[in-house]
Design a protein. Structure first.
Lengths: 343, 343
DNA sequence: ATTAGGTTTGAATTCGGATTCATGAGAATG
DNA sequence: CATTCTCATGAATCCGAATTCAAACCTAAT
């Protein structure tokens, strides 16, 4: 590698001091135009790129944030990440991507290394509801905003959708389509977000006078394969759900996968509704009925809020807590129940 | 924010010098066990986390790499990113995610900031074939490995699949299924990878004695919406393709989307084949026939190669150039042509 | 001409570890 | 016992900018 060129090199080439170079670089007022030009000239000639590491050390700012996601392969997160990185670039921040695979242990590790790398702030999309480390961060006033995630802690900043309500919307939709045997792919209850969806599902059914059939709900970890197997097994039974509500579109796709493998027609023989409204759901070949989360808006908001926390040092302000409204979007995968069940 | 605790604080608390603290942190030999314990004790009591920024400045290593992708929303890249970040974490590197939206201008900007942030190396998944900046990096011996990407430059390191061959496989498959009117969603020819697929498509047809119908090929930028519109328009015509080959699964999904919107049945009335083999392709509800790229293997390789470039300072060695074999995987979306065309 | 006030610039210091150099304490050798 | 070597540790320096402090210039007003 080249012996990197420093501001000192630029300085001597331009016949000024390093301080002056620094001033030019940072657009200080009070620099004679001619000196400025000399410096810029030298910079260009030497192909100098300022060392952001050194800069960070001196300025205590890295212009880098951490983005922690449970699974970047889940389109909802990928799509969110796209918006977040895009906005970040506009605001001149870079983002370190941390994919935890929904393992708490990885979350801890990543937070640790992000702190070590002195990122200016962190966005967390899969914070288990009592995570101690995250609480500590909040208590220290470190800039953190949860995205589609919540916690049991009064000071958290978060941006999420009304998950409880969203789940109820889904349940009512299926009910209106005359479904009574409803399968449910739950999310881990360690996440408050999915926990709320779980509650919404239960309460929604209860309000409609339906008992939750435990055998119809999957409540282990997020795993495409396991959900696929679970659904497949269930669909083989004589008494099977006529509809499924999955706590994420990704899991809804696993349900569709299983249904297809059993040659069960959707929506004629089985209705499926998801949650998130990933881009793929709009694809008419799939046409997944789902509960919308306003991704674009949410992702823009998290980034803006995080940056304002970072830059305005706005520790005094009340926590940023935004709950948006979910909406049901009916597409192809749900229809009126026509299956006779031995109920 | 807390007034961060430095190694000096640890040192004075432990009654030793900062050098000693540093030595303990870096596991130097020749440290008395008792001193080591004192230091570790102090570290724990103070909750000290070493400042990786300062460390980087001194050591000239950041243990951070850049990952530049054209579109993180494309499952192929998301799935690759997952493997890459996972391996990176194992090898104690962090990754800065750079999403260019396939804009060359963003590529330049990102490379610039990554260099500024002194990353140890860069993985690029969408390098236009003559990109000057990237060539410069190679010439300077900066660690860069292209992933599913190639360039016109002898010294590049890359890991990719035989794209030309893959495209031919696709064409032959459709031919064998009796398709003669084949639509093609090309990739930008600024990328050597997709350019090779384009060539493979053309040559494949030529070898089979078929002329390429220009009107059947989409050759603008990657854009889901435009591909959707293009396909939709094409499908409305009296003489329309009976099959489509798309240069990526993502685009194949756009074709399926358009077909569904026109109520055209796949595969009875239209066959579709993609490229990449994203996880979704396996989903039996979709069952996309496609050309496999061994993602997992490729992604593992890039990271390993990049790290070996970084750590072994192995500038002398010959460039790392790996071409893997693609494979055709037939699923639901392709079938024997049954449409009568007025040919 | 003198003084007050703003403009420009450089020297020196700082950020927090890594590392080199030097020194003192033992241990081993002759 | 003198000498050499290894072990342990601290002092000082360095990495490359940002920033503070102070000095040198100007300019305008008295």
């Amino acid at each position: 590698m080249k012996g990197t060129i420093s501001a000192y090199d630029v300085a001597s080439k331009a016949g000024v001091s390093q301080s002056t170079v620094s001033r030019v670089l940072n657009n200080y007022p009070h620099i004679k135009e001619s000196t400025k030009q000399k410096v810029l000239m030298a910079i260009k000639e030497l192909g100098f790129t300022r060392d952001e590491i050194a800069r960070s050390l001196a300025s205590k700012k890295t212009r880098t944030i951490g983005l922690i996601v449970g699974d970047i392969t889940n389109p909802f997160f990928a799509e969110s990440a796209k918006v977040i990185t895009g906005k970040a670039q506009e605001m001149e921040y870079d983002v370190i991507l941390c994919n935890t695979n929904h393992k708490e242990e990885n979350l801890y590790k990543y937070i640790q290394t992000l702190i070590g790398k002195r990122v200016d702030g962190i966005i967390i999309t899969s914070a288990d509801k009592d995570n101690q480390k995250i609480k500590e961060l909040y208590d220290q006033g470190f800039p953190v905003v949860l995205y589609n995630s919540l916690m049991n802690h009064e000071k958290v900043n978060y941006i999420a959708v009304n998950n409880y309500k969203g789940a109820k919307l889904a349940v009512r939709h299926l009910y209106q389509l005359n479904h009574r045997l409803i399968g449910y792919i739950a999310g881990p209850s360690k996440y408050l977000t999915t926990h709320l969806r779980n509650l919404g599902f239960q309460d929604g059914l209860k309000e409609l006078g339906i008992d939750v059939n435990k055998a119809f709900v999957y409540d282990k970890e997020f795993s495409y394969d396991e959900v696929y197997q679970f659904t497949k097994r269930l669909l083989k039974k004589p008494t099977r759900p006529t509809a499924f509500f999955a706590t994420s579109d990704q899991m809804a796709l696993a349900v569709l996968d299983a249904a297809a493998s059993e040659n069960i027609n959707v929506p004629q023989e089985l209705s499926v509704i998801g949650f998130d409204d990933i881009d793929m759901a709009k694809n008419q070949f799939i046409g997944l009925t789902t509960i919308t989360q306003p991704k674009e808006k949410m992702a823009t908001l998290v980034l803006e809020k995080l940056v304002s926390l970072i830059e305005e040092n706005d520790e005094l302000g009340s926590p940023i807590q935004i709950i948006l409204e979910p909406e049901l979007i009916q597409r192809r995968t749900t229809g009126v129940n026509s299956v006779q069940n031995g109920v």
